[in-house]
Design a protein around this ligand. Sequence first.
Ligand code: G
Ligand code: G
Ligand code: NA
Ligand code: MN
Length: 246
Amino acid sequence: LLLQRIQQALNEEDPVVLYSQPIVNEAGKGYHEILSRIIFNNELITPDKFIPVIAEFNLSTRFDMLILKKLVNFLYLHPSDSECSRFSVNLMPLTLMQKDIAQKIVALFAQFQVPTSSVIIEVTEEQAFSNSETSMQNIMLLRDNGFKIAIDDFGTGYANYERLKRLQADIIKIDGCFIKDITTDALDPLIVKSICDMARAKQLIVVAEYVETEGQRALLHELGVHYLQGYLIGKPEPLTAQNFVG
Ligand code: G
Ligand code: G
Ligand code: NA
Ligand code: MN
């Protein structure tokens, strides 16, 4: 049973593997997004399969903390002089609704003396614009303690202009649905351009995901996107000391 395997993973910290995918600017510099996988019957299970199971059985916080512990361990073993963000990591909506989760995350980084500035926390629009006072406080506390905040899947959910005005974040990741047909669709370039214009006014960094072709790359740079992620740049690969950029 997949649930059993997940519970085993949470207990033994073993079958969970960190993968990472590069996110780069025009100069080829950037960071990696941590994407986790679970080994189950000698197969790699991707998050689209196991995250619903984790959420259903209320294991979100334990799973997210396990991923953060693995990342902190990696950063502890591979320190860097750079002040720049080196990794982004995803948190599930239920995790951010836990009281004191931000303090626990900050304490984990402090315990291993890993600088919070090396990590970007990716939250969904749903979390960033949540009516949950706890989620908002957790995001603000993480940011006050040096983590960068990225809004994932931007443009598909809860953003509206009034919420955007109040947004406290550092990075927006435009959802892949606006990117995949951008070289042929009439509206997509205009949507991306308008997101970039707003981002510039708020001094936010813009990332586009699902970039697969040179044509998309050229157009996205022209429209004002700062960082690109996708198979054109690199696929998710097991995290090792060798496979990360700058
Ligand atoms: O790796 P893949 O592209 O299949 O990931 C699908 C989605 O699952 C990603 O958009 C990401 O937001 C989410 N995801 C991947 N790894 C993790 C993880 O370790 N923790 C959480 N909370 N979400 C993840
Ligand atoms: O939810 P999030 O946007 O973080 O998910 C990223 C997911 O999309 C990962 O599971 C990754 O494997 C997948 N992915 C990343 N880049 C590309 C791409 O260029 N094309 C496609 N089809 N999938 C991608
Ligand atoms: Na993500
Ligand atoms: Mn995403």
